[in-house]
Design a protein around this ligand. Structure first.
Ligand code: GLN
Length: 484
């Protein structure tokens, strides 16, 4: 049995039927982390001892015939902005180096209760700001398909770790594409659930009206399996969705005859890399053969999504990150002067990209700027939402690329910030709308880099989204290509 090739459901039954022990599974992944992560650098913290102890505890319980939680022994790892009591949570920033939370995030509680074993915390762009992983204070995660290329961001470690089989599944966060874009660059599945579907309690906030946690997995089937654990109502998160779905995994249905896929007219412009374009068009053909109907739609405000996102996200950042001032959390500058504590701490411990966004956000929230920038951005956000509402009258899902290019070289786009921001063109609008979307692998470039296909759905349309992505993965084998 090749454990690395098992789906999460298969791994669960192998564990339940004692064909494999939880300790064997955990050791297999820990060995791979030890062997490969010195090159890939996906992990910021590996919790080897506690993972082995948990695995052993479940094995003993199974041996004694005791009841174990449903997913007892399945390894998982977390983007390092999800707070944990017994592991540091750094947000990849000097500001939170060695910071331990007093409580576990709601999803950590859910995962532990379901029996998942947390192998560690994963690298990311600092405070989730970036598209390449390069803004991490600690290290640059590499793309496992080509170590000279970025893995995407900001959930860089989550995507790279799953792609390199260092962990079977991971959690990321998506404020403007940070689950989907790195998943696309690393050839794995990345799901941004509907806003409120997964509790955000204990996820360090970047932009609270856009942030969403979700899975990065090898297949849509695995992502659906994990979503069954994560889609719980959280009374302590006021934005948590009260409606709890039955089971996404059980209800997966690859028969998508009659599904209407909207192809936006203005999406596949000349700015899209030709190899990405042809992979997306080939995926459209696969869908036609599966019985889907392709309808042409318009997303008239797609091109202003980035500007609106920048205004809203940065405004929220300036407020959300104000708490990192040297008093309560993490780093404190070496001074006893109160005023200096604030400025020096923030000056020393926040990265350049983070400071840039805080400054911009603070500027646009000033009284004489507020109407001009923030209020106007909120109005255009409504227009973008209208575009989605109109589109979903004509189609069930929107199909297109995840990003306009495959993974780029380190240092490449970070030299021109505008180019880096434009990288999010296809992903940010979905967060402004609040609905769900996924990136699935749909091909490789001539030099062997993965290409991501994005499917976007309506609010709470996860099941439709999962079925469509699952049907595509049943019909193709891009997700089966091996790296290491
Ligand atoms: N890449 C985007 C940015 O830099 C998205 C970040 C995210 O989704 N967290 O803001």
């Amino acid at each position: 049995m090749d454990i690395l090739k098992l789906s999460l459901a298969e791994l669960k039954s192998a564990l339940d039927s004692k064909k494999v022990t939880a300790l064997e599974v955990v050791n297999l992944y820990l060995d791979r982390i030890e062997k490969h992560d010195k090159d890939i650098k996906a992990f910021l913290h590996v919790a080897a001892d506690s993972a082995r102890a948990e695995a052993k505890r479940y094995d003993d319980m199974r041996a004694k015939g005791e009841m174990v939680p449903p997913c007892a022994g399945i390894p998982i790892a977390l983007k390092d902005l999800i707070v944990t009591k017994d592991m540091p949570t750094t947000c990849a920033s000097l500001m939170l180096k060695d910071y331990y939370s007093a409580f576990d995030a709601k999803i950590v509680e859910e995962l532990k209760e379901a029996g998942y074993i947390i192998l560690g915390k994963l690298n990311m762009d600092q405070f989730a700001m970036g598209s390449s992983g390069e803004t991490s204070y600690f290290q640059k995660t590499k793309n496992p398909w080509d170590l000279t290329k970025v893995p995407g961001g900001s959930s860089s470690g989550s995507a790279a770790a799953v792609a390199a089989h260092l962990v079977p599944v991971a959690i990321g966060s998506d404020t403007g594409g940070s689950i989907r874009q790195p998943a696309g660059y690393c050839g794995v599945v990345g799901l941004k659930p509907t806003y409120g579907r997964v509790s955000r309690r204990g996820a360090v906030a970047y932009s609270s009206s856009l942030d969403q946690l979700g899975p990065i997995a090898k297949t849509m089937e695995d992502a659906a399996f994990l979503m069954d654990t994560l889609s719980q109502h959280d009374e302590l998160d006021p934005t948590s969705c009260a409606q709890v779905p039955d089971s996404f995994h059980k209800n997966l249905n690859a028969n998508i005859k009659g599904l209407r896929l909207g192809l936006p007219k203005n999406y596949l412009t000349d700015d899209v890399d030709p190899e990405v374009k042809s992979a997306v068009l080939a995926a459209v053909e696969v869908y036609k053969n599966l019985g889907a109907e392709i309808v042409e739609i318009e997303m008239p405000h797609a091109d202003v999504g980035i500007s609106v996102y920048q205004m809203i996200a940065n405004a929220e950042v300036s407020s959300n990150l104000a708490k990192f001032d040297g008093i309560e959390f993490g780093y404190r500058a070496d001074t006893n002067d109160l005023n200096k504590i604030y400025s020096q701490t923030r000056g020393e411990a926040l990265g350049v990209e983070v400071k840039k966004r805080i400054i911009l956000g603070t500027y646009i929230l000033q009284i004489d700027q507020y109407e001009e920038f923030y209020v106007r951005a909120m109005k255009i956000r409504s227009l973008i939402r209208q575009d989605y509402d109109n589109a979903f009258k004509k189609c069930d899902l929107i199909i297109g690329p995840t990003s306009s290019t495959p993974a780029f070289d380190f240092g490449g786009k970070s030299r021109t910030p505008m180019e880096m921001y434009l990288n999010d063109l296809y992903t940010v609008s979905l967060n402004l709308n609040g609905s769900c979307g996924v990136s699935i692998p749909c091909g490789f470039t001539k030099v062997g880099m993965p290409i991501g296909l994005q499917l976007q759905g309506d609010m709470y349309a996860e099941q439709t989204l999962f079925n469509a992505a699952h049907a595509y993965q049943n019909a193709t084998d891009w997700h089966k290509r091996e790296i290491l």
